[in-house]
Design a protein around this ligand. Structure first.
Ligand code: AMP
Length: 445
């Protein structure tokens, strides 16, 4: 009895049919090597956005589902097909955040931000969730960088949002990103245009794809951004919104384009660009990569939303904003072979031999960190050969060798990995010596 108990304790039997786990479909892990991109993008947007007076806002990834139904629009793809909905134990209907704007506006209204000097400029960064068909560049959990300028109808702010995304692209080294821009009018001119659109499609409705037949009834503007071949053919003689803008929208749009000219941001007037969400008015825009890469979809987009805040219970407050998809941004950086410095670039490798040296080595390693000298070590390894090989493989040009004798003498050996030359120095002089050597670039890094 005792014996079998011992066997069970030391070698637990593998449960039959042991389940292995995978990340849910459409989600993925961001591994250490990938973090270079994430850190660089975050550092860049933070620098640019803070400089331009944007404050960071983090809203919950869960919100009242009704917020999106009302703000994003009942008949939009996001609300109709893509929202992750669930009931909490308390019975609340919640949704995983499918886009940033409604949550940010909810916070603006709830947290008293509407009492601040306007415009209130906010940026966000984080995961979004949409139940989509996963494919390259399309995930169920993805990330966006998001900007909102709340409380301004000034053209300058439309231009600012667009420009800041371009600054981010440029700072990251990206080229060949095209800005597509359009105006979809306001409550004055859009209803008139909708009527024209419905009139145009009335006799063509039976030739539309199934999605467009539904759009014809529920959201006719979206007929314009259908990607179905037959629907595209039917668009040949469709009335153009731009020819039917009211005076104010026309002037606004013209001024936005003049602003972009001044900022030397090239744009493509894209009259079929309407964006998928209900709340947009006037300016709408998207960023598209060139050529083949465009197959992955837009890098980002946004627009003006002058009625949303009032619609959600606030005062009449015009606003403009937009977002960039981080995964697609990273795919574009990789496609354009843009490389960033590693997050840490060790200049010295600490080699330790024996238990005493390992313990002392730990202390020295922390002293190196405090002195801002990037270092590497392999405290689980014993042999000097293995440790020097690791230093070599990491292309580190200087090794610090600490054996039992050195610990007793209070010394350490500094080895030039290129020439093999070694020098023994006092441990209390180590930081000084390293700083001098690294500054003089005696070590060729
Ligand atoms: P939207 O909020 O739909 O205008 O999307 C803005 C940007 O977010 C897009 O241009 C993409 O870069 C990114 N994006 C949207 N949906 C997804 C998705 N399912 N997977 C990855 N990125 C996405």
């Amino acid at each position: 009895m005792r014996f079998s108990h011992y066997i069970i304790m030391s070698q637990p039997a593998k449960p039959k049919n042991q389940k292995t786990f995978q990340a849910p479909r459409g989600t993925y892990d961001i591994l250490p090597d990938e973090q270079i991109y994430w850190e660089k993008i975050y550092k860049t947007i933070k620098e640019v956005f803070l400089f331009y007076g944007f404050g960071r806002i983090d809203t919950p990834v869960i919100e009242d589902a009704d917020l999106y139904v009302r703000a994003t629009g009942e008949t939009t793809d996001i609300v109709e097909k893509q929202m992750y909905l669930f009931k909490s134990k308390g019975g609340d209907s919640l949704a995983l955040r499918p886009e940033f704007t409604p949550g940010v506006i909810r916070a603006y209204l709830e947290d008293g931000l509407s009492a601040l000097v306007h415009p209130v400029k906010l940026y966000s960064w984080g995961p979004l969730f949409r139940y989509e068909n996963p494919q390259t560049g399309r995930y169920r959990q993805f990330h966006q960088v998001n900007l909102e300028v709340i409380g301004s109808k000034a053209v300058a702010n439309d231009a600012e949002v667009i420009q800041l995304f371009f600054v981010v692209f440029r700072e990251l080294g990206l080229k060949a990103i095209n800005l597509h821009i359009n105006s979809i009018g306001c409550s004055e001119c859009q209803p008139h245009y909708r009527k024209l659109l419905l009139g145009y499609y009335k006799n063509r409705a039976d030739r539309l794809c199934a999605d467009c037949r539904r759009r014809f009834r529920q959201n006719p503007l979206r007929l314009l951004d259908c990607k179905d071949e037959h629907c595209i053919q039917l668009m040949a003689g469709v009335p153009q919104m731009i020819d039917h803008l009211c005076e104010e929208c026309h002037t606004h749009f013209k001024s936005v384009l003049e602003f972009l000219d001044e900022l030397e941001i090239p744009y493509i007037l894209n009259q079929s660009l309407v964006r998928g969400l209900d709340y947009y008015t006037k300016t709408v825009f998207e960023f598209w990569p060139d050529g083949e890469q465009a197959r992955q979809g837009a890098l980002g987009g946004g627009g003006r939303y002058d009625y949303l805040i009032k619609f959600l219970g606030g005062k009449d407050t015009p606003a403009v904003g937009g977002g960039i998809g981080v995964e697609r941004l990273i795919a574009q950086l990789k496609f354009q072979a843009i490389k960033f410095h590693p997050l840490i670039n060790p200049r010295v490798f600490l080699v330790q031999l024996g238990e005493l040296a390992r313990r002392r080595g730990f202390k020295i390693f922390e002293e190196l960190r405090k002195a801002n000298i990037a270092a590497a070590a392999a405290f689980s390894k014993d042999s000097i050969k293995t440790q020097l090989k690791l230093a070599d493989r990491a292309e580190i040009k200087m090794a610090l060798i600490l054996g039992q004798q050195e610990v007793l003498d209070g010394t350490i050996i500094v080895r030039d990995m290129t020439t093999g030359a070694q020098e023994t120095i006092k441990q209390d002089k180590l930081i000084l010596v390293l700083k001098k050597r690294l500054a003089k670039k005696i070590i060729n890094q």
